[in-house]
Ligand binder design. Structure first.
Ligand code: B12
Length: 135
C-alpha cells in the first residue's frame, strides 16, 4: 500500500524550499504526499484524521513550543500516526524532539536520510515513540 504523508508548516516563516524539497523527495520515493501548507494545530489534526495519513511531517519555523503542542494533539487524536520534523531547528531543538520521540532534521540534512527515516517510521510507527530514538 502507498504510504501517505501530510506535510505542513507550523509557523509563518519564509523557509519554504525545505518542505518543497522534502515533498518531492518523498513523492519520488513512492509516498503519496499531501501538502497542507501553513496550518494551525487544530487544522493539522483535522487534516491528518480526514486524510487518514500514516505519517505527519512538520516543518518547524523556529517555534518549538508550537510544534510540541501540535505533536501532543496529534498523539492524543491519532496514537498510531508517526511524526517526523525538520526546518530551522537549533541543535537543542533536535535533541528535545529526540527526547519526545520525534526525529528532527535541521538545515543541511540529507534528503536520503529523511526518506530512509520516513520509510522506517511507516514500517514501525511506534518504535521512535517508545524508545525516544532520533533516527
Ligand atoms: C535561502 C534562505 C532563506 C530565504 C528563504 C528561502 C525559501 N523560500 O525557503 C529567506 C531569505 C526568506 C530566509 C529568511 C530567513 N532566514 Co534563512 N536561510 C536560507 C539559507 C541560506 C538556505 C535555506 C535553503 O533554502 N536551503 C535548502 C532547503 C532545501 O533546505 P532547508 O530549508 O534547510 O530544509 C532542510 C531541512 O530544514 C529539512 N526540512 C525542512 N522542512 C522539513 C520538513 C520535514 C517534514 C522534514 C522531515 C525535514 C524538513 O530538510 C531540508 C533538506 O535538508 C539558510 C542557510 C543554509 N545554508 O541552510 C538560511 C537559514 C535557514 N535562515 C536562517 C534564518 C535565521 C533566517 C531568518 C530568521 C533571518 C532573519 N534574521 O531575518 C529569516 C526568516 C524570516 C522569516 N520571516 O521567515 C537560519 C536558521 C537558523 C536555524 N535555527 O536553523 C539559517 C540556517 C542561516 C543561519 N546559518 O543562521 N532565509
Amino acid at each position: 500500500m502507498t504510504p501517505r504523508i501530510l506535510l505542513v508548516k507550523t509557523a509563518l516563516d519564509g523557509h519554504w524550499r525545505g518542505i518543497t524539497a522534502v515533498a518531492i523527495a518523498l513523492r519520488d520515493a513512492g509516498f503519496e504526499v499531501l501538502l497542507g501548507g501553513m496550518a494551525r494545530c487544530d487544522e493539522i489534526v483535522q487534516m491528518a484524521v480526514q486524510e487518514d495519513v500514516d505519517l505527519v511531517g512538520l516543518s518547524i519555523g523556529g517555534h518549538i513550543a508550537v510544534a510540541e503542542r501540535i505533536i501532543a494533539s496529534l498523539r492524543e487524536s491519532l496514537p498510531d500516526v508517526a511524526i517526523i520534523a525538520g526546518g530551522t531547528l537549533r541543535p537543542s531543538d533536535v535533541q528535545h524532539l529526540a527526547v519526545i520521540g520525534v526525529p528532527g532534521f535541521p538545515p543541511g540534512s540529507s534528503l536520503r536520510d529523511i526518506v530512509a527515516c520516513a520509510r522506517d517510521l511507516v514500517r514501525t510507527p511506534n518504535v521512535s515513540k517508545l524508545s525516544g530514538d532520533s533516527n
